[in-house]
Design a protein around this ligand. Structure first.
Ligand SMILES: NC(=O)c1ccc[n+]([C@@H]2O[C@H](COP(=O)([O-])OP(=O)(O)OC[C@H]3O[C@@H](n4cnc5c(N)ncnc54)[C@H](O)[C@@H]3O)[C@@H](O)[C@H]2O)c1
Length: 372
């Protein structure tokens, strides 16, 4: 995939920003100012063509913190997200609430004529994803999903080279998202994360990034999946837990390429092979995509060749995804790094794996019933 697929060039972005008078700054609201929302808010504040006109959260301490962070713009503050969407001084809406609320909020914002940056996952059920796909396609405004790996320069270069044929035909993928522990049970997201009806579970809430990377490499989404999941370490912790603490799945892509995916929250910190992996195996060799982007050619026994990275390590811009959003909103001619098709495909891939584990059978993409 070419760089233009995920980066709005800095030249066009700068032109679009310069073309805007200070009063034309994009009035921006952030709904949900918790962990992620407050980070995104920093990114919004850093954009020369943005002005924070509203912040919204149910929790007063978070709302106060957000209002203080954006004090130079004196934003409107509220607990009621619909009030944000009704405002004329809000042109763009960030949705950073728990996953089960994304679709309703994103659809309402799009229907009110706002640009939308919607955190991942776009939705946690096929019906939710479908509603956002329809609204985003009907809207003439910008919609960016929070699949921010798509704005990472090193990954984009490496994926571009794979698409260019550096490893020949792709045969198979092994990917995982392992952690050494659960999210803190009494942490800030504890009031929704362990409830599958609110978060969608570990696969949909977190692994959606890794699954999106697999889709990016394959330039496709899977056609079917099977797998099993369950709880081994955290059986009923926190009490009432309805998400799995582990799962093993196989996804099949067009052409019969299999992607094996595992997730767990009990990979010991010091044990090798932990954390996140995306290994691509192909005709000419393999690539460790998640960390090094190293390419390992196939070699004869005893033959040694130099292992080279497909892309140089770069210092990634922390708010590159938000910068791309505002460049597009400002009128830059660039390709959206994570449009609705990318965001919906990522969410549906995770939903496919989740449904396969819950139903304990092969589930097909077609069954999800969402037209992209
Ligand atoms: N792209 C990424 O890398 C990334 C990283 C972390 C989190 N996220 C996503 O961001 C979202 C939020 O995660 P988080 O870690 O910030 O969770 P969090 O619990 O820290 O924050 C969520 C906030 O939403 C608020 N909220 C809940 N219901 C609301 C409502 N009806 N109206 C207004 N505010 C409401 C909560 O009070 C809370 O402050 C999740 O969807 C998560 O998947 C994305």
């Amino acid at each position: 995939m070419e760089r233009r697929h995920f980066l709005v060039t800095s030249a066009t972005a700068a032109q679009a920003v310069l073309a805007q008078a200070p009063n034309d700054r994009v009035g921006t609201a952030v709904i949900g100012t918790g962990n992620r929302g407050s980070y995104l808010l920093q990114g919004v504040i850093a954009q020369p063509n943005a002005k924070v006109t509203a912040v919204c959260d149910l929790k007063p301490d978070r709302l106060d913190k957000a209002a203080s962070a954006a004090a130079k713009d004196n934003p409107f503050t509220t607990k009621e997200w619909r009030k944000v969407i009704e405002r004329k001084d809000v042109d763009a809406v960030y949705v950073a609430t728990p996953p089960h609320l994304h679709a309703e909020m994103a659809v309402a914002a799009l229907e009110a004529g706002k640009h939308v940056y919607c955190e991942k996952p776009v939705g946690i059920t096929p019906a939710q994803v479908r509603s956002v796909v329809r609204a985003a396609k009907r809207s003439k405004k910008v919609f960016v999903s929070g699949q921010q790996l798509r704005s990472m320069v090193q990954l984009g270069t490496a994926v571009g080279k794979i698409h260019g044929g550096v490893m020949g035909q792709i045969y198979m993928i092994k990917a995982q998202r392992h952690a050494s522990a659960d999210l803190p049970h009494d942490g800030s997201s504890g009031d929704w994360y362990f409830d599958v009806s609110k978060s969608g579970g570990y696969l949909i809430e977190q692994s959606v990034h890794n699954l999106d990377l697999c889709n990016w490499v394959m330039n496709a989404h899977p056609v079917r999946a099977c797998g099993f999941g369950g709880n081994m370490r955290y059986k009923n912790e926190p009490q009432g837990r309805t998400i799995f603490d582990n799962g093993s799945m196989v996804f099949e892509y067009p052409g019969g390429v299999k992607m094996e995916f595992t997730q767990n929250v009990f990979h010991p910190r010091q044990m090798p092979g932990g954390n996140q992996l995306v290994y691509i195996f192909g005709e000419k060799g393999g690539v460790d995509l998640m960390y090094s982007t190293n390419f390992y050619p196939h070699t004869a026994q005893g033959e040694n060749v130099e292992i080279k990275a497909l892309a140089e390590k770069v210092k990634e811009e922390p708010h590159a995804h938000t910068a791309a959003f505002f460049a597009l909103v400002g009128g830059a001619n660039g390709k959206n790094p994570a449009d609705i098709t990318i965001g919906a495909s990522a969410a549906l891939t995770a939903i496919l794996g989740h449904e396969a584990m819950v139903k304990q059978r092969v589930v097909t993409w077609q069954e999800l019933g969402v037209e992209l």
